[in-house]
Design a protein around this ligand. Structure first.
Ligand code: GBH
Length: 445
């Protein structure tokens, strides 16, 4: 199949979206526990209290992973399990959970890829300003150290942050995700503080013997709504700088991109030695891709230098209404190589996938052909990028299980495995068998 030796096939999940057991073994509250309790924040008042009950059912979920034959499993560690208040010594019972999970994965020949921060900030840290507070970066590095102290001898890949842009934009600028703040562009310091936390954590992880360390970013290729309109092209460039390059240039190039918006807000928070810390060498870059974004010139006086536009007609859409554009993944992988050149480390697609309203039919089977089509086309895009010389080392489907889809609650279903939340019964969908067969075929090729 033309893939490089050692190419890693995987699936991904995150702690708050699957674990439940939010009060178990000394776990402290996170920003998402608090956010879910605020009326109107999450569709139908859903919470992560139970989720997929993975905290208790993980042996079954590890069997599902083994059945798929994946090389690697990307999960996240819940910071509030390791440090219930976000500070101080480790809570051993919280770490025990991941210790057992990692051992069970290794027994099945599955490489553990651990994300340290997939949005579940300990609430006490939020009470002190969360990512608006520079101190949170130092707290994050301490947490990374404690996690590595226990797990670095066995975890294969460490991912510091998941999609810091979403935390900044959805969490602090627009208030759609926890902690629900609406600071607009004044949220930009949260970008810098997360990046600083990443850089400090890289050093902490390496100090405790971590093998491979990287960060996962969300990338949405920016497309002008009308490519012949200079204003739309400028809008696309401004979006690209703020949503994509701001989270990658500091890490790979050691500098901030030109943002064209209130640069003082951000620059005032960047201290002398920060960029060298943030640009500490990493072993890989994680790439999450769902869809491109189309941009138009903003109305005069608008706060942002772009207006987001609907996707043009002609693309199929997923259950979230997101356009299916596999070609966006190809152009993104090409663009990363083009922009960063020799500064670009090996890439892993750490998330890609789609939701549909999947339900078992009368025969009990879940025939999710649209997901198979989606994954097939995106994997083909990865393969083309590799053929063109982009160094992509792995691909992770989002997600193993249907799970808690943040502000959308349990409505969207992203899993290769269907979850009946009333009974916690897991039913592998047609796409599960398809992915299993694809992995097996790639292995013998
Ligand atoms: C990822 O974020 C997360 O890492 C993961 O936890 C989550 O479950 C998964 O994706 C699926 O959502 O509505 O057209 O304006 C993805 C980040 C940000 C991608 C919002 C889509 C909305 C596009 N997402 N974006 S639109």
């Amino acid at each position: 199949m033309g893939l490089p030796d050692g190419f890693q096939w995987g699936v991904a999940t995150s702690a708050y979206q699957i674990e439940g057991a939010v009060g178990e073994d000394g776990r402290g509250p996170s920003t998402w526990d608090a956010f879910c309790r605020e009326p109107g924040r999450v569709r139908d008042g859903h919470t992560g209290d139970v989720a997929c009950d993975h905290y208790r059912r993980w042996p079954e979920d590890v069997r599902l992973l083994a059945g798929l034959g994946v090389d690697a499993y990307r999960f996240s560690i819940a910071w509030p399990r390791v440090q219930p208040t976000g500070r101080g010594p480790a809570n051993p019972a919280g770490l025990d959970f991941y210790d057992r999970l990692v051992d069970a994965l290794l027994e099945r020949g599955i490489a553990p890829a651990a994300t340290l921060y997939h949005w579940d900030l300990p609430q006490p840290l939020e009470n002190d300003g969360g990512w608006m507070n520079r101190d949170t970066a130092y707290r994050f590095a301490e947490y990374a150290y404690l996690a590595a102290e226990r797990l670095a001898d066995r975890v294969t890949m460490w991912i510091t942050l998941n999609e810091p842009v979403v935390v900044t934009a959805y969490g602090y600028a627009f208030g759609l995700y926890a902690p629900g703040r609406t600071l607009g562009l004044a949220a930009l310091p949260t970008a810098h503080h997360q990046l600083l936390g990443h850089g400090l954590a890289v050093t902490a992880l390496r100090g405790r013997g971590a093998r491979a360390v990287g960060v996962t970013n969300h990338y949405s290729p920016a497309r002008p709504a009308d490519p012949s309109a200079p204003g739309d092209r400028d809008a696309a460039d401004a979006f690209d700088a703020l949503m994509n390059r701001l989270f990658t240039d500091p890490v790979l190039l050691g500098r901030l991109p030109d943002l064209a918006v209130q640069p003082d807000d951000l620059a005032a928070h960047v201290r002398d030695q920060d960029l060298p810390v943030i640009s500490a060498p990493i072993d890989f870059l994680g790439v999450n891709y769902y869809q491109p974004t189309w941009l138009r010139a903003p109305a005069p006086g608008a706060p942002l230098p772009f207006d987001m536009d609907a996707a043009p007609e002609g693309h199929p859409v997923t259950g979230m209404g997101w356009p299916v554009v596999p070609d966006g993944l190809l152009s993104l992988l090409r663009a990363l190589k083009e922009r960063y050149g020799p500064a670009l480390p090996p890439l892993y697609v750490t998330e890609n996938g789609c939701s549909f309203p999947d339900e078992p039919g009368p025969d009990g089977r879940v025939d999710d052909d649209a997901r198979i089509e989606y994954l097939d086309a995106h994997i083909a895009a990865v393969r083309t990028a590799i053929d063109e010389g982009v160094d992509v080392r792995g691909y992770f489907v989002w997600s193993l299980l249907d799970n808690f889809e943040w502000a959308e609650g349990y409505h969207p279903r992203f899993g290769l495995v269907h979850v009946d939340y009333a009974t916690q019964r897991r039913t592998p969908k047609k796409s599960y068998a398809w992915y299993r067969d694809l992995i097996a075929a790639a292995r013998t090729a």
